[in-house]
Design a protein. Structure first.
Length: 287
C-alpha cells in the first residue's frame, strides 16, 4: 500500500530549528503584462517592454512593502520562502494576447528577475507546481524556474506538486490547487471543506494531521480559521490579470487581492499574519 511521504525537515533531522519563519506567496504570473514584472524588460529582438501603471504599482509594493515586511518578521530564526504555484505564465492554451513574450527563455528571465529579490534572503526556497495552462505540461517551465532560483529538491525535481514539511515543530502541507468560489458570500466555505477533507484523509491513514495547509490558485485569501485541527489558508495573488478569460467567467470588474502569508513556527505553536495590499479602482467616467 502506498504510504504518505515522510515530512521534509528543512534543517535536517539532526538539527531541527526551534523557531522558523515561513513566507508563502502564489500566482505571480510573471511574464503576463499585468503580473509581477520588472519595470523594463529587454526582449529577444532587442526591443524594450515597459510596465503599465498597474504593474509599476505591483512592483513597488513587492519591493518596498512586502519583502521588507518578510525580512522584519524573520528576525530570530531561519527564513523559508515558498512559491505556491503559477509563478510564471506562458499561456500555453493561448487564451489571451497579454504576454510580454512567448519566448520561454525571456519569460524565465522575467520571472527570475522578479522573484530573486525575495528568494535571495531565504535559508531555503520551495516551489509548488501550478496549472498547466500557465506553466506548461508537468509544470515544465516552473521546474526550470525553480532550478534557476536554487529551490530545494524533492527527488529529481526542483518543483513538486505538493510538499509536507515539519518546521519548528509545526507540520505544513502545501500545494497549488484548491476548489474555488467566485462569490464573496461562500468563499470561506472552500477553506473549511478543504480543512475537513484534510483531517479525514490523514486520520483515516493514522497519519499526523497538518497544522497548516497552504493553497494558491484562487487569487484570494480564504481561511478556515483556527477552529479546526488543520488550518487551511488559500493565498491571494500578485497579478491584475484582467484578460479575456477573467471577463468570461465574470471576474473582469473585480479588483485583485494582493499579498502573501507569514507563518511563525515555534516549539509546535503556529502564528500567522496575512499581508494585504489594496489597489485602487479606476475613477469613473464623468459625463
Amino acid at each position: 500500500m502506498k504510504q504518505r511521504p515522510t515530512a521534509y525537515r528543512p534543517g535536517g533531522s539532526r538539527s531541527i530549528p526551534n523557531r522558523a519563519t515561513w513566507c508563502f506567496f502564489s500566482d505571480t504570473h510573471c511574464n503576463h503584462r499585468l503580473g509581477l514584472r520588472p519595470p523594463e524588460v529587454v526582449l529577444d529582438d532587442g526591443d524594450t517592454d515597459r510596465a503599465s501603471k498597474e504593474s509599476l504599482w505591483l512592483w513597488s509594493v513587492w519591493l518596498d512593502e512586502f519583502i521588507p515586511a518578510v525580512r522584519r518578521a524573520a528576525r530570530g530564526g531561519p527564513l523559508y520562502v515558498a512559491g505556491v504555484g503559477d509563478l510564471i505564465d506562458l499561456d500555453v492554451r493561448a487564451r489571451h494576447l497579454q504576454l510580454i513574450s512567448r519566448n520561454a527563455k525571456t519569460a524565465l528571465d522575467i520571472a527570475h528577475d522578479a522573484l530573486h529579490p525575495l528568494v535571495r534572503y531565504a535559508d531555503g526556497f520551495f516551489m509548488c507546481r501550478g496549472t498547466a495552462a500557465h506553466t506548461g505540461e508537468s509544470s515544465q517551465f516552473e521546474e526550470m524556474l525553480a532550478e534557476a532560483l536554487g529551490a530545494r529538491k524533492r527527488g529529481p525535481n526542483f518543483a513538486a506538486w505538493s510538499w509536507l514539511v515539519e518546521s519548528g515543530g509545526v507540520l505544513i502541507e502545501m500545494a497549488h490547487h484548491i476548489s474555488t468560489s467566485r462569490r464573496a458570500s461562500t468563499r470561506q466555505g472552500v477553506a473549511v471543506r478543504e480543512a475537513v477533507d484534510t483531517i479525514v484523509d490523514y486520520a483515516t491513514h493514522d497519519d499526523r494531521i497538518p497544522d497548516l495547509v497552504v493553497r494558491g490558485h484562487g487569487h484570494k485569501f480564504e481561511d478556515s480559521g483556527d477552529e479546526h485541527r488543520a488550518r487551511v489558508i488559500a493565498l491571494p495573488c500578485w497579478s491584475f490579470r484582467p484578460d479575456e478569460f477573467a471577463h468570461r467567467i465574470g471576474m473582469g470588474t473585480r479588483l485583485p487581492e494582493i499579498g502573501g502569508l507569514i507563518a511563525t513556527c515555534h516549539d509546535g505553536k503556529l502564528e500567522v499574519k496575512k499581508l494585504r495590499y489594496r489597489p485602487r479602482r479606476s475613477a469613473p467616467l464623468r459625463l
